[in-house]
Design a protein around this ligand. Sequence first.
Ligand SMILES: O=P(O)(O)O[C@H]1O[C@H](CO)[C@@H](O)[C@H]1O
Ligand SMILES: O=c1cc[nH]c(=O)[nH]1
Length: 235
Amino acid sequence: MSIHINAKSGEIAESILLPGDPLRAKYIAETFLQDVHCYNEVRGMLGFTGVYKGKRISVQGTGMGVPSISIYVTELLCEYGAKQLIRVGTCGGIQQDVKVRDVIIAMTASTDSSANQLLFPGFSFAPSADFDLLRKAYQASLDKQLSVKVGNILTADTFYRESMEPVKKLAEYGVLAVEMESSALYTLAAKHQAKALSILTVSDHLFSGEADTTAEERQTTFNDMIVVALETAIQ
Ligand SMILES: O=P(O)(O)O[C@H]1O[C@H](CO)[C@@H](O)[C@H]1O
Ligand SMILES: O=c1cc[nH]c(=O)[nH]1
């Protein structure tokens, strides 16, 4: 048991999918895994373990933002022996050729979070994906004929902004999309010699205003991303 996860030792698999929304963790477990059991309900941050194609996989909600995901990922790494962490989330596109429902694989995560400035005073640490997971996820996306892009994303500390100027500047430098957790996931995985990857579905576009249309389309794209994450996890 840890402070925010009340699983017993051995109840959580070494490979874990990490959606921000705990109800998505429930949906993933119930839709894609067999022999599922719920190991965590503390603060409603649901966690499940089940089996996908013969391999044990867990799914743990992380909540939104760097502080929240940092709590869950730290406890998964330090208390439960997590080895492979794959975030499955949503993001907002900021490039013209990034469209709603595209899949984005985050090679690296720029950030405005102060967490890494406190950790590495005077340096800009570059939080990066595990190359092996990235390569597998990219191939799985191509195999499923998904519209997939790999590159730099922004992990932002704010969802609502007073100014879009910093985001426009990052877009000029090729940043593909904005979300709120990946830089922390990559940094913590690096510290603990674990593998991490963020796979994201574009839910909206920050400049064009394009957003998901029907719930059915949203679900289909989301399901595609989950299958990519699961196939990556079991290879
Ligand atoms: O869909 P999830 O995984 O929650 O990810 C994105 O959605 C939330 C904002 O609505 C933030 O957590 C952001 O990173
Ligand atoms: O963090 C996020 C996630 C989706 N869309 C956004 O604009 N921001």
